[in-house]
Design a protein around this ligand. Structure first.
Ligand code: PXP
Length: 245
C-alpha cells in the first residue's frame, strides 16, 4: 500500500514553448529557458515529449535539458526502439510511455498496456534496469492498472483528457473513475500521477484525489503565459493545487 503523499508535485510540460519556437524555425522562445523559469515558479519537475515527428521537442533539447536542470526530467516517449535508445543515452529521472499516432493533434487516449504487454515488457524492463522510473500513461481503468502491475511499472499516469472535456454528471462519473483508479493503483504499490487538459478551472478535483502524487500540465500553462507570463501562470496553478491539499 502506497502512503498518500503530502506534497502534490507539479510537472510542467514545456512542449508548446518548442511548438512556438518551431513555427519560425529559430531558437526563440527557448524551451530550456522556459524550464528554468518554471522551476523558479515552483515546478517540481519538467516534462517533455520527444515525438517521432519532432513537432515540438527535438533531440538536442533533451541533451540541453539534462545538462541544465536541477529537478527531475520526465521524458514522454512512444514505446519504440528509437525512443528507448534515446532514453538510455540520456537517462532522465523518469520516462512516461505514451501512445503515439502520427496524425493526432495531441496524445488522444491512454496507452493500451493490457493489449500490448509482450511488446511493452522489454522496453519497461530496459528502462527500469537503467534506473529510469517508468510510468505508463493509461486510462483510469482497472484492466490497465493490472497490466501496469504485471509489467512492474512503479508509476502510472492517468489520462485526464476525458474528465477535462466532459461536463455535469458525465464529468462527475469520470472523476469517480479517476479517484477509484488512483486508490487501486496505490493499494497495489503503484504511484498514481495524472495529466492532460488540466486548467485552473478543472484542476482542483483531480488535485484533491489523495493518492495522486504528481500532475503533469502543459498546454494551458503555456497558453495562459501569453496573458499573465509563465511564472504567474505556474504560480497560480500551484496555488489552485495547494488549495485542495
Ligand atoms: N501527461 C502526458 C503523458 C502527456 O502526454 C501530456 C501532453 O500531451 C500531458 C500530461 C500534458 O497535457 P496538457 O498539455 O494538455 O496539459
Amino acid at each position: 500500500m502506497q502512503q498518500a503523499p503530502a506534497h502534490l508535485r507539479l510537472g510542467v510540460n514545456i512542449d508548446h514553448v518548442a511548438t512556438i519556437r518551431n513555427a519560425r524555425g529559430g531558437e526563440h522562445p527557448d524551451p530550456v529557458k522556459a524550464a528554468l523559469l518554471a522551476v523558479k515558479a515552483g515546478a517540481d519537475g519538467i516534462t517533455a515529449h520527444l515525438r517521432e515527428d519532432r513537432r515540438h521537442i527535438r533531440d538536442e533539447d533533451i541533451a540541453t535539458l539534462m545538462a541544465a536542470l536541477t529537478v527531475p526530467l520526465n521524458l514522454e516517449m512512444a514505446a519504440t526502439q528509437e525512443m528507448l535508445g534515446i532514453a538510455l543515452k540520456h537517462r532522465p529521472h523518469a520516462a512516461c510511455i505514451v501512445p503515439e499516432k502520427r496524425e493526432e493533434r495531441t496524445t488522444e487516449g491512454g496507452l493500451d498496456a493490457a493489449g500490448q504487454i509482450e511488446m511493452l515488457r522489454p522496453i519497461v524492463g530496459a528502462l527500469g534496469d537503467a534506473g529510469i522510473r517508468v510510468s505508463l500513461f493509461i486510462e483510469p481503468d482497472p484492466a490497465q492498472i493490472e497490466a501496469a502491475m504485471r509489467l512492474g511499472a512503479p508509476v502510472v499516469e492517468f489520462h485526464t483528457g476525458r474528465y477535462a472535456h466532459l461536463s455535469g454528471s458525465e464529468r462527475a462519473d469520470e472523476l469517480r473513475r479517476l479517484s477509484d483508479a488512483a486508490a487501486l493503483a496505490a493499494k497495489n504499490g503503484i504511484e498514481p500521477h495524472a495529466g492532460h487538459g488540466l486548467t485552473f478551472d478543472n484542476v482542483g478535483p483531480v488535485a484533491a484525489i489523495p493518492q495522486v502524487a504528481e500532475l503533469n500540465i502543459g498546454h494551458f500553462l503555456i497558453g495562459e503565459a501569453i496573458f499573465s507570463g509563465l511564472e504567474s501562470s505556474i504560480r497560480e496553478m500551484r496555488r489552485q493545487m495547494d488549495l485542495v491539499r
